[in-house]
Ligand binder design. Structure first.
Ligand code: ADP
Length: 425
């Protein structure tokens, strides 16, 4: 049996040889095993089938647990050989097998140190990745937000935070950008309206100063001239009256404009037929058009188009445009007016074949005191408020007005007014 044990441990080869030659006892003695050592031969069921000096008698069977313990955890029990034919094991117990223990301890220490190093390196790697990640997704946007908010709080509302993120911080950045955009717009509007207000006061002062200066000048001349002819006196009085009218018109127009703009929805409205209303206005203008050698084309539908209107104001709005056409277009020109009944609104087109309004003024032509030709305008006696009043009135009716810049043969205004909900009488 001993013959066929294969060697497991090189340093146990002499024991095996001795067993081969002399049997267990001699092998034990010649192998110089220390006091307390023993040798056992176990079969494949871990049962002791031969032994020398063992604490286990022949027939002792190691339980699986016991066997695992002594072969795995004990460095003193060594399975030194296996019998290839019957799987018998040669087990040597050597109480002084310190190298095994040392080796195992060293190995365990090495494994422990390696594990600790690996653990620390992993923690550092994770921390590094996390730091990189948080710096990209949290620290950087927060830095950008702080810088942006600081700039905005110093009054630079054109500042936008340039950082795209799909996280909550992204929404915060978007909200801050929207806020500063809104404030910037508000401030722009406020500055614009402040500029407009200043310009308006300047324009009013200028427009009212000229007639008043004339009135004062001619009144003074009259007072100082004792021997003035009746003809000159009448001339001076005419000038005073016409300048007085100019100033009066201006004040009335200003009053009307500010009244409409500040009245919001408080102006009385009633349902009226716009077709009939326009027909009546045009009828009144025919003699004046003929006097000015102007031809006209009117296209008003027969059916009723009901809208909510303040007849007096709407009359003023439309008359302003027709008066302008008569005022600024020369003889031989044509006034064309068309009323269209669309789905939920009425569209009124008023055009003339006169000199038109320069393209660059189209956007501002409804602003007070904007005039295309100041010299010509002073002759026509306009206040420069007519189109502003018209626009305010149209808007008061829920409508819109614009100058059609695609029309190049004169002047074309397009007015759109919503129809009354119940488009009956
Ligand atoms: P005004 O009292 O000067 O007529 P408006 O506000 O009515 O003031 O018109 C503003 C300016 O628009 C006018 O001064 C004139 O230059 C120009 N304008 C208005 N309507 C016409 C038109 N049909 N043809 C040419 N120019 C016009």
């Amino acid at each position: 049996m001993a013959n066929s044990f294969g060697i497991f441990y090189m340093d146990a080869s002499d024991i095996l040889e001795n067993i081969d030659t002399y049997g267990l006892q001699r092998a034990y003695e010649t192998s110089n095993l220390p006091e307390g050592s023993y040798i056992e031969v176990l079969d494949q069921d871990q049962k002791v089938i031969d032994q020398y000096k063992s604490i286990h008698d022949v027939g002792y069977k190691y339980s699986d647990e016991e066997f695992d313990k002594l072969t795995i955890n004990s460095y003193q029990h060594l399975i030194v050989g296996m019998n290839e034919e019957n799987d018998n094991m040669l087990l040597v117990y050597n109480p002084k097998y310190p190298e095994n223990e040392e080796k195992a301890e060293a190995l365990a220490r090495r494994i422990l140190i390696q594990t600790i190093i690996l653990f620390i390196v992993s923690i550092f790697t994770v921390l590094l990745i996390y730091a990189k990640f948080t710096s990209k997704t949290i620290v950087r946007p927060i830095k950008e937000i702080l810088e942006g908010v600081k700039t905005i709080s110093l009054g630079d509302y054109s500042k936008r935070i340039n950082y795209k993120s799909k996280s909550e911080l992204g929404y915060l950045i978007e909200a801050i950008n929207q806020m500063s955009e809104k404030i910037e717009k508000e401030i722009g509007l406020r500055e614009k309206s402040e500029d407009n207000r200043k310009r308006l006061i300047l324009d009013i002062s200028h427009d009212i100063k000229t007639p008043l200066t004339n009135i004062l000048g001619y009144a003074e001349t009259l007072r100082l001239s004792d021997d003035i002819s009746k003809e000159s006196r009448d001339n001076y009085v005419d000038i005073i009256i016409s300048n007085g009218k100019k100033a009066n018109n201006l004040i009335q127009d200003l009053f009307e404009l500010s009244h409409i703009e500040s009245s919001n929805n408080s102006i009385a409205m009633e349902s009226c037929d716009l077709s009939e209303f326009i027909r009546k206005i045009l009828l009144d203008y025919i003699p004046e058009l003929e006097d000015n050698d102007m031809s006209f084309e009117f296209d008003i539908p027969d059916q009723r188009i009901m809208i909510k209107m303040n007849a007096q104001k709407l009359d003023r709005a439309i008359s302003n445009i027709i008066n302008n056409s008569i005022k600024y277009s020369g003889k031989g020109t044509t006034l064309r007016l068309e009323l269209k009944d669309l789905d939920n609104r009425a569209v009124l087109i008023i055009e003339d074949s006169g000199i038109g309004i320069p393209m660059d003024l189209a956007k501002d032509i409804f602003e007070p005191f904007v005039r295309a030709d100041v010299s010509r305008n002073s002759k026509t006696g306009g206040t420069g408020l007519g189109l502003g009043i018209t626009k305010a009135i149209i808007e008061m009716h829920g409508g819109t007005i614009h100058l059609d810049t695609s029309y190049l043969d004169g002047c074309r205004f397009v007015i759109s007014i919503p129809k009354a909900m119940n488009n009956l009488s």
